[in-house]
Design a protein around this ligand. Structure first.
Ligand code: 4GX
Length: 250
């Protein structure tokens, strides 16, 4: 997968290139990652990338010209890497809100060019001409698009088949089948007066699987009831629920 990020703060991206699962994906060359600084394409002694907004008002707007050159450079890099389907994505609160199914769609591309805005955003004409998709990570305002870009990329990277094996989860993640996760426990058996549920120590795998499903279902009902309406349960899961309802009525 190819990622190019257009940002005034390339150092911030060490947070994903140097650490954890995403860091390993970069080191193992599963991920070809580059940052492109629009300042390198700015003109004049001052290398300006922002200007005051037409019409007045507070703050500054990112200029179209250095950004268009940075995006064209990113496209050239993508071509050289043999990547064809590489949409330009702009992170902003005006975009559609990211969710698991959107992330799954991104995994299918050859790569992404992610544009990170600062200040009051970027010149609208740049968006009209260069941006294919606009995405938000949620209804709150940050001071730039860098953290949203990293959120987007991290959510994609951990889904790449070469990055995580099935045993390392993903297939059993929250949301993948529409339910939240079940509670997890590890050693020791006792912690501040709380015990590990006996069933998890029983070694009875079928019972454990049933218990975990019922926990996930119950939690989702309590915490995110709107998600439950959308899940498609398997035959086995429906039977487990029926058994459970039956035993609760006695
Ligand atoms: N999900 N930000 C973009 C610059 C900006 C300002 C105004 C357009 C209009 C965000 C989010 C987010 C902060 C990124 C403002 N762009 N991005 N930036 N929430 O808050 O994606």
């Amino acid at each position: 997968m190819f990622f190019a990020v257009i940002t005034l703060f390339p150092e911030m991206f060490e947070a994903i290139t140097a650490y954890g699962i995403s860091g390993r994906a970069v080191k193992r060359d599963i991920l070809q990652f580059s940052c492109i600084n629009p300042r390198d394409f700015a003109e004049g002694n001052y290398k300006r990338v922002d200007e005051r907004p037409f019409g007045g008002g507070p703050g500054m707007v990112m200029m179209a010209e250095p950004l268009s050159q940075a995006i064209n450079h990113a496209r050239k890099l993508a071509m050289q890497a043999g990547c064809v389907h590489v949409p330009v994505v702009y992170m902003s609160p005006q975009g559609n809100t990211l969710n698991e199914s959107a992330v799954q769609q991104f995994v299918e591309y050859d790569g992404l060019i992610v544009l990170c805005g600062r200040y009051e955003g970027v010149d609208e004409r740049l968006i009209q001409r260069y941006v294919d998709q606009e995405w938000s990570i949620g209804d709150y305002v940050l001071s730039g698009g860098e953290l949203p870009a990293m959120v987007l990329m991290d959510s994609i990277i951990r889904k790449l088949p070469e990055v995580m094996s099935d045993e390392q989860s993903v297939v059993q993640d929250s949301f993948v089948d529409g339910l939240l996760d079940c509670p997890q426990y590890t050693r020791p058996d006792h912690f501040e007066g709380l015990n590990v549920p006996e069933i998890l120590k029983s070694g009875h795998h079928a019972n454990i699987e049933k218990w975990r499903f019922l926990q996930r279902y119950q939690r989702t009902l309590e915490r995110r009831p709107e998600l439950v309406d959308k899940v498609e349960l398997t035959k086995q899961q429906k039977k487990w629920l029926k058994d459970e309802r039956g035993s609760n009525n006695h």
